[in-house]
Design a protein around this ligand. Structure first.
Ligand code: ATP
Ligand code: MG
Length: 399
């Protein structure tokens, strides 16, 4: 048993001595069996939420209607979820009602894939009701129960399926695959934020091309904003098989570029991502296009920031194109300012010194100064900046 579980054993024990069952469940059990790093230890119990709260001193209600109580133990927190069934599904989404049950087997039945439906007991015994161990061994994703029904109940499972292919390098069992393909259209009913999370995890994964190919094969892309009708373009990814994206911006930026988007803002809005993320994508796309025609300049570095330039250059490298990281490093050393705020003289000081009244003139002049500093024509020093204004024809006479 890995350290994370051993550490959590007293939690299981505490529930058990109170007369209830408790098991480790979900992705962490799967990941331990696969020798993968685990990130969250989920515990399932026959105790009802109110009972869990009686057992532990420090708890937080984080999803009590779904049966989840957060238990605080020292520096650690554990999500403890009551065994439950999700009986009625409305709109192919979340169940309209969850019922708490006392049977582990009922809880495991509601889980999406056999490899996600293990329970691990305190003595190390693995409860495997759906032959998940065989699937794990064969590296297969198989829906628990009847695949069509399961994707009908919750179509997000389709995205989870392709995501797990990408993270685990697993393949789809054929009936599961057929059902995903048949029911991909139900993704139209799922909230775009939840789809984004899954697709983003897919793209960050080691085997993202495998997951992405499956996404295209089951035609799920047809139901994703900006991806419909673009299957042909999406199939033509020019990256080597084992290429791994550095981060989300690079992954989404590259996809959008591949799809022909010049400015991703409008599309990213449909995906309901944060404004910061959308802005980063826009910078990436501009930088990518510029880099296709020329080497980066000081202006590019200033406008799009070092991070975008490096993400683009890294993709060029991956595609076997000429790259020049040294040139970017030189630009980075040369650039005098990263932001307008770093200009040592303010617009107000210039106005005062040269008796310039407010208006568009000063804005234009200050922008000129900013860009002259960026391209290295002007030193970011008060003497040089005042001289520059003095020498510019319009304000020179004021001196
Ligand atoms: P990750 O490694 O991303 O955490 P995970 O499998 O642990 O993957 P979670 O979203 O943390 O995924 O969910 C924990 C467990 O809850 C899953 O392993 C699965 O058993 C169950 N589960 C989660 N989402 C669904 C779903 N949409 N349908 C059925 N079962 C689900
Ligand atoms: Mg998890």
């Amino acid at each position: 048993m890995p350290a994370e579980f051993v550490k959590a054993l007293p939690i299981l024990e505490k529930i058990r001595v109170s007369g209830y069952q408790a098991y480790f469940v979900g992705g962490s059990v799967r990941d331990v069996l696969l020798n993968r790093q685990i990130h969250d230890v989920d515990i399932a119990t026959s105790a009802y939420p109110a009972e869990v709260k009686q057992i532990f001193e420090h708890t937080v209600d984080i999803g009590i209607e779904h049966g989840t109580v957060l238990v605080l133990a020292g520096d650690d927190t554990y999500e403890i979820t009551t065994f439950r069934t999700e009986d009625v599904y409305v709109d192919y989404r979340r169940p309209s009602h969850v019922s708490f049950v006392r049977e582990l087997s009922e809880d495991l039945l509601r889980r999406d894939f056999t490899i996600n439906a293990f329970a691990l007991a305190n003595d190390g015994e693995i409860i495997d009701l759906y032959d998940g161990l065989t699937d794990l061994d064969k590296k297969i994703l198989r829906a628990v129960g009847h695949p069509s029904e399961r994707f009908n109940e919750d179509a997000l499972r389709i995205m989870r399926g392709v995501r797990f292919m990408a993270t685990l390098n697993f393949s789809l069992e054929s009936e599961t695959y057929e059902a995903m393909k048949r029911q991909a259209h139900l993704l139209a009913k799922i909230s775009i934020e939840r789809i984004f999370i899954e697709l983003d995890k897919l793209l960050q994964a080691d085997y993202w091309q495998k997951g992405f190919d499956a996404l295209l094969a089951i035609d799920a892309s047809a139901y994703l904003p900006g991806f419909s009708d673009k299957k042909a373009l999406l199939s033509l990814l020019t990256l080597p098989k084992r290429f791994k994206f550095t981060n989300s911006v690079q992954a989404w930026g590259f996809l959008l570029h591949q799809l022909g988007y010049v400015d991703g803002k409008f599309l990213m809005k449909k995906w309901k991502v944060s404004r910061e993320f959308a802005t980063a994508i826009t910078h990436f796309l501009s930088a990518y296009r510029k880099r296709q025609v020329a080497a980066f300049s000081l202006e590019d570095l200033y406008q799009h920031h070092l991070s975008s330039l490096l993400l683009v250059e890294n993709l060029f490298e991956a595609q076997g194109l000429d790259t020049d990281f040294e040139h970017i490093a030189v630009l980075d050393k040369t650039l005098q300012i990263r932001d307008k705020k770093e200009i040592v003289v303010s617009a107000g000081e210039i106005m005062k010194q040269f008796s310039i009244s407010p208006g568009p003139g000063i804005g234009k002049l200050f922008h000129e100064i900013e860009m002259a500093i960026v391209i290295g024509k002007l030193r970011n020093h008060p003497d040089d900046i005042f001289n520059y204004v003095r020498e510019s024809s319009e304000y020179g006479s004021n001196d």
